[in-house]
Design a protein around this ligand. Structure first.
Ligand code: URA
Length: 433
């Protein structure tokens, strides 16, 4: 078999066999097939697509390209949740403790920031001392005892995705439904949880720009999970504007803490309640979503969800005093307000622009080795649908960079006002199962 024939076959829109997909996945992981041929195939897949059968075969082969985590020594149902990536998405830091406080085990492997999107691991590292790489034995013990652990992916989990993802990142082949679906699902299936909830984001700050392609991606992933006997469901959520108010690592941790104290922004709270209720239903802790929501609301009101966050931070070596006193997180040297020049209703807050600006302020990596400034970021003061008067604060910018005037202007441009009153955007648009 020759890789060039496989590329040509897909380029011409034909369906690849299991043997051909296996030849390329194995060859890529063992180094016998070079990057340039795999990039050509990825581009052919992006243009020509794959059938459901091809995607399932690709996912299965990627999943088996490395270790498969066995969580069977952890008692009870293990639930996992995955977001396809967004701006201001601190959901895991809120949802993990909420669901764990309701008795479901959350053994979560998260990722780092990618492009303009933030990553849960980077946010966790804003908490001094917090370890995101812990030995497997400790991970299992922590999930059994605390009910919650959020760690980085181990080195041998889905090596095929590790190589393919970095290649796609630099070859314009990220935005392909078969490639995103197999990338996400191979990792989720290899991480061993019993149930998977996918938060598929759409809008300017997401990889999927519209609801229809997000729906197609969600359907594809749910079918893969179901086909491999894992209870998999998805919600389609808005990423036209950032989630919540804070964008940037320590700023988002502070917002997560406030949310666990019952003082979270409406969209974040709503997303966590909807997603959490589905996770409780998947784990069979509740019979319906309404009861799930009530249970989660109680976990916030009685402080048990907040305590779960503290327990996880303590177990992973983090300094709990920062969780108890969030004002201890160091502030950036420059804290600058951006004010509205005219009055109107906020029509859009471009999530992509805000995400990229936060990254340029120091909150994300522009190159692989960049060191993140945990205190940098943007805190919105207004959301879509809010009315602003001229002179009102639109957002507050935090940075340690000295030359940031151009970034401030870009952030200002991300806010689009309208004379007409607008309804606030719903956060969850659909539920797919
Ligand atoms: N997240 C992933 O893990 N993989 C993708 O391809 C896109 C988002």
């Amino acid at each position: 078999m020759r890789m060039v024939d496989i590329i040509v076959k897909k380029r011409d829109g034909k369906i690849l066999t299991k043997e051909e997909i296996s030849f390329f996945v194995k060859g890529y992981v063992n180094g016998s097939i070079p990057d340039y041929q795999v990039s050509a195939l990825a581009m052919a897949i992006l243009f020509r697509g794959m059938t459901k059968e091809e995607i399932t075969v690709l996912t299965d082969l990627m999943m088996h390209s490395g270790d498969i985590i066995d969580l069977s020594s952890i008692k009870g149902v293990k639930a996992d949740k995955h977001s396809t990536g967004g701006v201001g998405d601190k959901t895991s830091l809120v949802l993990g403790p909420m669901v764990a406080a309701c008795g479901v085990k959350v053994a979560k492997m998260s990722g780092r920031g990618l492009g303009h999107t933030g990553g849960t691991l980077d946010k966790m590292e804003a908490i001094p001392g917090m370890k995101i790489a812990i030995p497997e034995e400790q991970f299992m013990r922590q999930v059994n005892e605390v009910g919650l652990a959020i760690v980085g992916q181990t080195g041998h989990l889905v090596p095929a995705d590790k190589k393919l993802y970095s290649l796609r990142d630099v070859t314009g082949t990220v935005e392909s439904i078969p490639l995103i679906a197999s990338s996400v699902m191979s990792k989720k299936l290899a991480s061993g949880s019993d149930t998977i909830l996918l938060d598929v984001k759409f809008g300017s700050g997401a990889f999927m720009k519209d609801l229809q392609s997000a729906r197609e991606l969600a359907r594809t992933m749910v079918d893969i999970g179901d086909g491999l006997n894992r209870d998999t469901r998805a919600i389609l959520t808005d990423m036209e504007q950032p989630l919540g108010l804070a964008v940037g690592n320590a700023l988002e941790v502070k917002e997560a803490i406030a949310t666990l104290h019952g003082k979270g922004p409406h969209d974040l709270v709503e997303l966590c309640l909807e997603a959490g209720a589905i996770m409780l239903e998947q784990a069979k802790v509740v019979k319906d979503l309404k009861t799930g929501r009530q249970m989660l609301e109680k976990a916030i009101a009685d402080g048990s969800a907040f305590n779960k966050l503290k327990e996880m931070v303590r177990a992973q070596g983090g300094d709990v005093s920062f969780i108890e006193n969030p004002e201890k997180f160091p502030l950036a040297r420059h804290i600058v307000e951006i004010r509205a020049e005219e009055e109107g209703y906020v029509r859009r807050i471009e999530a992509l622009e805000i995400g990229e600006s936060a990254m340029r302020l120091g909150a994300g990596r522009e190159t692989y080795d960049d060191v993140i400034d945990m205190s940098a970021g943007i805190v919105l003061a207004k959301k879509v649908g809010d009315f602003v008067k001229a002179g009102d604060v639109l957002c507050v910018v935090h940075t340690n960079k000295n030359d940031f005037a151009a970034i401030l202007e870009d952030i200002r441009q991300a806010f689009k006002l309208s004379k007409e009153k607008l309804a606030p955007l719903p956060i969850v648009h659909d539920y797919i199962r």
